[in-house]
Ligand binder design. Structure first.
Ligand SMILES: [Zn+2]
Length: 56
């Protein structure tokens, strides 16, 4: 059981999110209000949301 949890752990580190358009969501750093913020952006339709989970 310990080995199984190790394997699932490495997979969750490379979690990939997808937009409703099917494009891959990448995390980007953008300046907003003088602060550097991380936003999630779809590389296909360029839609931006605060979190990758907001695309659903
Ligand atoms: Zn998209």
């Amino acid at each position: 059981m310990a080995q199984v949890s190790k394997n699932s752990r490495t997979q969750s580190n490379t979690q990939v999110f997808h937009c409703t358009c099917g494009g891959e969501i990448k995390m980007r750093s953008v300046f907003s209000g003088g602060k550097l913020r991380n936003v999630a952006e779809c590389e296909k339709c360029n839609r931006r949301e605060r979190k990758p989970s907001d695309f659903h």
